[in-house]
Design a protein around this ligand. Structure first.
Ligand SMILES: Nc1ncnc2c1ncn2[C@@H]1O[C@H](COP(=O)(O)OP(=O)(O)OP(=O)(O)O)[C@@H](O)[C@H]1O
Length: 310
């Protein structure tokens, strides 16, 4: 994969002290880069600078090539209320094409096909000609994604694309993003960490305007995690807790019930060899082994807490 966007030392601090400070990261082509952080962390400021809507006080945003195109979908997309969904998306497409010389007739046919198929892709096929004034927040969010997608951008920036959506809507948007990342660079933000976990290739964690950490989704999920497995036994263990801790000293055993035991290691490296030994040490059949706290919510809480305590 190649780098599509490079953000280098971006800073924009507002009079009240909010904003972003010295942000650097790269976003790859055909991949999803997620920017996550608590309210006020600076995600929207960062995106509006990348999209060229706000200026930075220092730092720079550069692109893999000068002719790359970009579309930005804000967290609360707003449209003229008298326009229909079709007209919103047509306008977006027309504006994006103003500088591209084309055969007008051929272009009109293709444009109409493209508008309709994009609206259908975004789940708005049944309301093409309905006025935006009647749209729910979730429908407006889908329309914002459609207005961005129809321009076929090299870089697609989505600020909280799923915040107003119900579970079915979130699954739809997840599917759209998963499909779209095959064709372009996607940079997005969301407070729905379970969605990010499923979508993102890389994650940048922001807090108070600065980067706390960044890396692949897998590394953000496991960095600093003391892995803790929940082990369900078929019958009570043949060894008691003292024996277990002696036989496998790298693990820490805690029985929650006769047949449910937590097995914790200091790191994944230690667990690599120790987990099998720990499971054997019970000397009874094992029914279930589940890694706890391995989701992005837990990782995010850990990262932010570590920062507050450091
Ligand atoms: N135009 C502005 N004038 C003054 N302060 C601003 C302005 N825009 C943003 N800020 C401040 O910059 C900080 C970051 O805001 P931003 O909207 O980027 O946060 P966010 O991470 O997108 O938050 P949320 O998750 O709530 O959407 C906040 O403290 C905000 O008050």
């Amino acid at each position: 994969m190649s780098v599509a966007v490079t953000v280098q030392g971006l800073t924009r601090v507002y009079p009240g002290g909010g904003g972003i400070r010295d942000i650097s990261f790269t976003a790859e082509d055909r991949a999803v880069t997620a920017v996550i952080g608590p309210n006020g962390a600076g995600k929207t400021v960062l995106f509006s600078i990348i999209a060229g809507l706000t200026s930075a006080q220092s730092g720079a945003v550069s692109f893999a090539s000068a002719d790359m195109t970009m579309a930005y979908c804000p967290d609360v997309p707003q449209f003229e209320s008298w326009l229909t969904a079709r007209e919103v998306v047509e306008t977006s497409l027309a504006v994006s094409r103003t500088n591209r010389p084309v055969n007008k007739k051929q272009n009109d046919v293709r444009a109409e096909q493209s508008v309709q198929s994009t609206l259908r892709t975004c789940g708005l096929g049944a309301v093409l000609d309905r006025r935006v004034a009647d749209f729910s927040r979730g429908m407006l969010q889908r329309l914002g994604v459609a207005a961005a997608l129809v321009t076929d951008p090299d870089i697609l920036i989505l600020d909280e694309p799923n915040s107003a959506l119900d579970p079915i809507g979130r699954a739809d948007v997840r599917e759209i993003i998963t499909e779209q990342k095959r064709h372009r660079c996607i940079v997005l933000s969301s407070h729905l960490l379970s969605e990010i976990e499923q979508l993102a290739d890389r994650i940048v964690v922001l807090d108070h305007g600065g980067i706390v950490t960044q890396g692949t989704t897998a590394s953000i999920l496991t960095d600093g995690l003391e892995p803790n497995w929940m082990v369900r036994l078929g019958t009570p263990s043949r060894r008691d807790i003292t024996d277990l801790n002696t036989v496998v000293p790298e693990a820490s055993f805690t029985f929650e019930t006769d047949t449910l035991c937590s097995v914790r290691f200091r790191s994944f490296e230690r667990a690599e060899t120790g987990l099998i030994a720990a499971l054997e040490a019970f000397q009874v059949p094992i029914i279930e082994v589940t890694l706890r706290d391995r989701d992005l919510d837990a990782s995010f809480a850990r990262i932010i807490q570590n920062r507050e305590h450091s």
